[in-house]
Design a protein around this ligand. Structure first.
Ligand code: FMN
Length: 331
């Protein structure tokens, strides 16, 4: 399964670990790099101390020069507009420590393109709609990720979101016509060899994998959250603003968030405006549940791929299985 993605980063399978905020720490990113995937640390909201610690850890876990050449980082773009110190710190790393790729999602990447290019990192831009693609090209994206609304975590709300199955081939055709040197990755629902092979058949050069690698030993998600996601099937998640309001995250429209549709979500999902107007009582319940590890109210961030996740092994086992299964189908 050699693709333009595997050639660019010397990977043994066409998979990129999604830079999942607070889940894709150094252990997970390093383990993915060791197993032959591109490991992106989840710089998320741009916490400088967290990013420094986890990025350094990823470089330690990836213990050869070839593995360290598969480490990068990702950030939430609209948050960088408030504070880009973590991005600047990552871009300042030199030699073997320098980031090979920088992924930006959720906002206008153009203000950051020149800095990322000057540091010699490959810019990866995640988009949710065709109308965001020209901005990504203008920013200098070498790789564009087409994120379908099945994805875990943030993405486009239901009015604006696209499905991976149609979005990827539509964007593949557009890139072939307008920017043929730009690589395309699929994101949203890729969790095993079948879905990885399908992404390649749709015209992608590889896949960004979030939920499946979130449910691994190395991910920083709590064991209770992982258990809940393993128990859930694909019907058991939903997109809404509920958990962003409860977590005091001020996400701009039209983005919202997919996670397990637990008891608290069900109670609040039909009255999001009222929750926004008076969030304090529900936040108190949510905060207490997080402290107690009670996932009937705390959120477990996983996408529709929950229905394809039945265990919580090491990242290496997940990637080996994906590779074996996809390679057999690809042949
Ligand atoms: C727990 C979790 C956290 C995420 N955090 C981020 C993030 O901080 N930045 C980002 O670009 N994408 C984030 N994503 C979305 C991923 O980049 C990717 O689009 C998604 O995981 C792909 O779909 P999948 O979950 O079905 O694999 C997150 C996804 C999950 C599951």
């Amino acid at each position: 399964m050699n693709t333009r993605l595997t050639s660019l980063f010397d990977l043994s399978l066409p998979v990129v670990l999604a830079p999942m905020a607070l889940a894709s720490g150094g252990e997970l990113a390093g383990a993915c790099a060791r197993a032959g995937a591109l490991g992106l640390v989840g710089g998320g909201y741009g916490d400088l101390a967290w990013t420094q610690r986890e990025y350094r850890l990823a470089l330690q876990v990836a213990d050869t020069a070839a593995q360290r050449a598969r480490i990068g980082c990702g950030f939430i773009t609209w948050k960088l507009d408030e504070d880009a110190s973590a991005l600047d710190w990552v871009l300042d790393q030199r030699g073997e420590d320098r980031p090979r790729a920088l992924m930006l999602s959720f906002g206008d990447p153009r203000p950051y393109g020149a800095r990322i290019a000057a540091a010699g990192a490959v810019l990866i831009c995640q988009v949710q709609r065709m109308d965001q693609v020209p901005q990504a090209i203008e920013a200098g994206a070498r790789i564009i990720v087409a994120q379908g609304a099945e994805a875990g975590g943030h993405g486009m709300n239901s009015l604006n979101g696209r499905a991976t199955m149609t979005f990827v081939p539509e964007l593949a055709d557009w890139l072939a016509a307008h920017a043929p040197d730009t690589l395309l990755l699929a994101a949203g629902g890729i969790a095993n060899g079948r879905t990885l092979a399908a992404a390649l058949m749709l015209g992608a050069d590889g896949a960004v994998v979030g939920s499946r690698l979130w449910a691994t030993r190395e991910s920083l998600a709590t064991p209770q959250a992982k258990d809940q996601a393993v128990q859930a099937n694909g019907d058991g998640t939903a997109r809404s603003a509920v958990f962003d309001i409860l977590r005091r995250k001020h996400w701009p429209a039209p983005y919202d968030f997919r996670a397990v549709r637990n008891d608290l979500h069900r109670q609040l999902e039909d009255r999001v405006d009222a929750l926004r107007a008076d969030p304090a009582p529900a936040r108190a319940r949510y905060d207490a549940a997080v402290a107690a590890g009670d996932f009937s109210a705390a959120h477990a961030t996983v996408g529709e791929a929950a229905g394809l996740i039945h265990d919580c092994p090491s990242a290496e086992q997940v990637l080996q299985r994906m590779q074996r299964e996809a390679a057999a189908l690809w042949r």
